[in-house]
Design a protein around this ligand. Structure first.
Ligand code: EPS
Length: 382
């Protein structure tokens, strides 16, 4: 499967085209819109999220609530566009346009993108670098999650830490339904309160905050990905997808960096035969061995840096005058860590759905389901 996204933060809409979905996948707005709403939420978001009410429109490939096998086009409108029609107009003229941005923001794509694409109005960079694009990836990820769900695979994301404040409540699947009730998608109510205070302080100080997210998937069949070639290893593909999300600076799978500090006996997951099934008591590998799923839960963590647009700006240089300047202040969020969890869950879901289609194939959902059933039965008796 493959997908493309297009669209600027303040353009008319975000668009995604997915190619390679099987036919017969039940798919409606109700499968996508709740994920878009979750991505818009989380304490610490800015005023833009009051303007937007993200919802998907199917422009192709879905009819009568099912995929046809044709490319699926998803569109998410930018309501804010109405306030930006002149600034964003594709027609020539009007330069310099209002809201031209020349004071490159440290940590943003502004300066490198301006030099690379030879723009002096850095809006031509930031409009596409903006994390608004992640709405399209969540729409795509929701389709991937739907496909995975039809195969008995589910995913979840939660916030492990925000700034220097960490959750003390370890993840359990029984706690997963409560995550959406937390304003920060965090399992620890006490830590959540301190995180909220910390966000309020950062906002008052004109600063921003990052955090660490954890994503988990269960129900994965054994053998997605492969050990035989570097670009087929699923850990590499997952890490690549995670690192492609705006503001992500680190990724780990299973014990991750902690594995480097332990002896092998305290890292690897002993295998037992119990009731004629392969079984393990630990999951340090995070569900991946040799670049393949091993049937255990997939556990991925990612570090998000603080958003680069600071209301109390850092020093920078104006790319037109070459004078020292305060970095541009663009309306922004104090933190988008909870939203990032939804985005990361979406991009991982895509990689998993893609790996499922690669291993099992099938033009229709029933064919795919049958093949996955057969593979699961084989793994159980192997
Ligand atoms: C963003 C800046 C803000 C965020 C935006 C990402 O938008 P604006 O400049 O319109 O206030 O709200 O995020 C979204 C629009 C979104 O949907 O997540 C940026 O510069 O990256």
């Amino acid at each position: 499967m493959r997908f493309l996204t297009a669209g600027e933060s303040h353009g008319p809409q975000l668009t995604a085209i997915i190619e390679g979905l099987p036919s017969g996948l039940p798919l409606t707005k109700a499968d996508i819109d709740p994920w878009l709403a979750l991505r818009q939420g989380g304490y610490g978001r800015g005023r833009r999220m009051v303007i937007e009410r993200d919802e998907v429109q199917f422009l192709s490939g879905v009819r009568a609530g099912r995929t046809s096998g044709a490319p699926v086009t998803l569109a998410v409108e930018n309501r804010d566009w109405r306030n930006w029609t002149e600034i964003m107009s594709p027609e020539p003229g009007g330069e310099p346009r209002k809201k031209a941005l020349t004071a490159a923001r440290p940590g943003h794509a502004d300066l490198a993108g301006g030099i690379k694409y030879r723009h002096k109005d850095l809006r031509d960079v930031l409009e596409r670098a903006s994390a608004r694009e992640t709405a399209a990836r969540v729409a795509v990820g929701a389709v991937a999650l739907k496909l995975l769900g039809e195969l008995g695979i589910e995913g979840v994301s939660h916030v492990l830490s925000l700034g220097e404040i960490a959750s003390e409540v370890p993840f359990e699947w029984s706690l997963a339904p409560g995550i959406a009730d937390s304003p920060l998608r965090c399992l620890d109510p006490q830590a959540t309160e301190r995180m909220i205070e910390r966000i309020d302080r950062a906002k008052a100080e004109g600063d921003t905050l990052g955090g660490v997210l954890e994503m988990r998937f269960r129900g994965l069949p054994v053998g997605l990905g492969s050990h035989v070639h570097w670009d087929r290893k699923l850990d590499g593909r997952i890490a690549g997808a995670v690192m492609s999300v705006q503001a992500i600076k680190g990724v780990e799978i299973g014990l991750g960096f902690d594995a480097a500090r332990r002896p092998g006996s305290a890292v690897h997951d002993a295998v037992f035969m119990r009731e004629q099934r392969y079984s393990r008591d630990t999951n340090g590998a995070g569900g991946l061995e040799g670049g393949m799923t091993n049937g255990e839960d997939l556990v991925v963590r990612a570090a998000m840096k603080p958003i680069a647009t600071l209301m109390k700006p850092l020093p920078t240089v104006d790319v037109v005058t070459h004078e020292a300047a305060d970095a541009a202040r663009e309306r922004s969020d104090t933190t988008a860590v909870p939203a990032a969890g939804i985005v990361l869950q979406s991009v991982i879901a895509w990689v998993l759905a893609d790996a499922v289609m690669e291993k099992f194939g099938g033009d229709t959902l029933p064919e795919l389901q049958e093949r996955v059933r057969t593979a699961r039965a084989f793994a159980e008796t192997y």
